[in-house]
Design a binder for this molecule. Structure first.
Ligand code: ADP
Ligand code: F6P
Length: 327
């Protein structure tokens, strides 16, 4: 295996996600196995700009595979948006002799990494660390499965109390501009309706479906709304439904940041470990400027630009199924 890279750095950036630690562990241990020096950068690009860079070894990632959050910490860094900020950051990498970078984060973090590669020729690899699953070139992102399970657990509990009181609950889940957490957790929770930005929803259809259920005395209903839906979230949807269907006892529950925390699921630890291992291997094989993803259980490399720009589409069949299963 050619070994052009000698000193590798890794950072976690943007919104944290469960499994980032498992990915970090895989990167550090693989780099160590191949005899590379490995550096951790604290707080994403902020640590790069501020030279918060430290050498890691196998022991530094012991006992973290099961922990949520990120031991490297994460941040959003305004200075890195400027050419001067990136110059300062790169100078710090040079100071440590770092000649390769692995970025664990979402599309914003990948954009930052891409700029480093374009402007300074630094080989960069991205690992998809986001609960939103909004990156192209992978079936799953690190943290998505855990976030869905957290949302599912919450919705199941909400259904218990909804059932006891014959209530309609509008549950808002995260996802930024993407509706995948809503879609997956909503289907698994048996939601009566799911509102996501990838599909246009006619609110009259939602109202009609609820009125029809009211006639059948089916008063317990869960509607899962993605935070990025066209109506502006659960409170806005509830406002419309309360006006149109005053007989329903309508409650709103916004799940929020609990979806970002917690011990990563088996699937998230597994994909994080595989992606982390392959990221180092790819760099050593002279592959860079790509995101490591998994499609049909196979490791796939997608140019960062495409991973950021292209969008997955939501299968219409899934939404049709939701309606049929909720009838
Ligand atoms: P995420 O990676 O979760 O999408 P952000 O969009 O907040 O998170 O991006 C994380 C960080 O990546 C930003 O705070 C910034 O430092 C860097 N970044 C994002 N977009 C750019 C960009 N266009 N140019 C340079 N750096 C960027
Ligand atoms: O990108 C992950 C995410 O949790 C989104 O789902 C959400 O919209 C956003 O980050 C929240 O960001 P913050 O933690 O800055 O409130």
């Amino acid at each position: 295996m050619p070994n052009k890279i000698n000193k590798l750095a890794v950072l976690t950036s943007g919104g944290d996600s469960p499994g980032m630690n498992a990915a970090l562990r895989a990167v550090v241990r693989t780099a160590n196995y191949f005899g590379l020096d490995i550096f951790g950068i604290r707080r994403g690009y902020s640590g790069m700009v501020d030279d918060d860079i430290f050498q890691m070894d196998s022991q530094s990632v012991a006992n973290i595979i099961q922990r949520g959050g990120t031991v490297l910490k994460s941040a959003r860094c305004k200075e890195f948006y400027t050419a001067e900020g990136r110059q300062k950051a790169y100078a710090n990498l040079q100071k440590h002799g770092i000649d390769g970078l692995i970025v664990i984060g979402g599309d914003g973090s990948f954009t930052g990494g891409m700029k480093l590669q374009q402007e300074f020729g630094l080989p960069v690899i991205g690992l998809p660390g986001t609960i939103d699953k909004d990156l192209y070139g992978t079936d799953y992102t690190i943290g998505f499965d855990t976030a869905c399970n957290t949302a599912l657990d919450a919705i199941d509990k909400i259904r218990d109390t909804a059932d006891a009181h014959d209530r309609l609950f509008i549950v808002e889940v995260m996802g930024r501009h993407a509706g995948y957490i809503a879609l997956h957790s909503g289907i698994a929770a048996g939601a009566e309706n799911i509102l996501i930005p990838e599909a246009s929803t006619n609110i009259e259809d939602v109202v009609d479906a609820l009125s029809e259920k009211e006639k059948r005395k089916k008063l317990v209903n869960i509607i899962v709304v993605a935070e990025g839906d066209a109506f502006g979230g659960a409170n806005e949807v509830a406002k419309i439904i309360r006006e149109r269907l005053p007989n329903f006892d309508t409650k709103v529950s916004i799940l929020g940041h609990i979806q970002r925390g917690g011990s990563p699921s088996c699937q998230d630890r597994l994909i994080a470990s595989r992606m982390g291992y392959h990221a180092v291997e790819a760099l050593l094989n002279d592959t860079s400027g790509v995101m490591v993803g998994i499609i049909n259980n196979q490791i796939v490399y997608t140019p960062l630009e495409i991973a950021i720009r292209e969008k997955h589409t939501v299968d219409e069949g899934w939404l049709r199924m939701v309606k049929i299963l909720a009838s």
